[in-house]
Design a protein around this ligand. Structure first.
Ligand code: DC
Length: 228
């Protein structure tokens, strides 16, 4: 019997952590394994940032950013399908230009309020594995299972470089490392919902672990806690 058939009630599993810790890959695999839907909250902040960049809004003008996003519809449909004003922008939101701007845009409280509302609506009726920076601490503090994935900065930069290379983008390792370090700094020090280990989260350092080892650990813990 599939795990999903044994547990029909909605549940929420959160995975938080810094860029490059392996969250997306693992959240997708864990969701498939336990019959849940995967929600990538980072893609929602990225789609909002794309709107600001495309509309050439001053990124430092918080009020102007808020105004531009008031009339913008963001909808996470599924992995690989994030709609911004009904346009699938998945292929546009993973660029380095968005990487560099997204932490600032996502530090604004009105932007966060809008995204958090959408995320809670999404998870209300689904079995969900949700990935982000504040999903176990702020968005779903009562989640059924919480994980926090982390890894060395050097390892995370190497993973990001490999990911870009696979997309045909050549980037200098030192530049990527610097960008990730800056993103960590902004995400951890912002006033609203900073990146931190949520209360009750299981922390996994993925620096020296392969994907399958981490997946095994997350799946084991999930089955144990949810009694699947
Ligand atoms: O996971 P990611 O790299 O796609 O996330 C992009 C940015 O979005 C990240 O640097 C901070 C922001 N973010 C956030 O503030 N809160 C979340 N729940 C998810 C992402």
């Amino acid at each position: 019997m599939c795990l999903s058939e044994r547990q029909d009630k909605p549940f929420i599993i959160t995975i938080d952590g810094p860029a490059g810790a392996g969250k997306s890959t693992l959240a997708k695999k864990l969701a498939a394994h336990v019959g849940a839907i995967y929600l990538d909250t980072g893609s929602m902040y990225r789609a909002a940032t794309l709107k600001i960049v495309e509309e050439r809004v001053d990124i430092h003008d918080e009020q102007a950013v808020h105004q531009a996003l008031c009339s913008t519809e963001i909808q996470f449909v599924k992995y690989d399908e994030i709609l911004m004003d009904n346009r699938n922008v998945e292929s546009l939101i993973r660029s380095r230009a968005i990487d560099k701007t997204v932490s600032l845009i996502s530090s604004y409280s009105d932007v966060r309020k809008k995204m958090v509302g959408l995320q809670r609506d999404f998870a209300r009726t689904h079995k969900t594995v949700v990935e982000g920076r504040d999903v176990g601490s702020v968005v779903f503090p009562k989640a059924d299972v919480k994980f926090f994935l982390t890894a060395d900065l050097n390892e995370r930069a190497a993973r990001r470089q490999k990911e870009l290379k696979e997309k045909g983008v050549e980037a200098v390792y030192e530049d990527i490392r610097k960008e990730i370090r800056e993103r960590d700094r902004l995400d951890e020090s912002r006033e609203h919902s900073p990146l931190k280990v949520p209360d009750g989260a299981f922390v996994v350092d993925t620096t020296h672990l392969g994907i399958e080892d981490v997946l095994k650990a997350l799946t084991g813990k999930t089955i144990e806690v949810l009694n699947l």
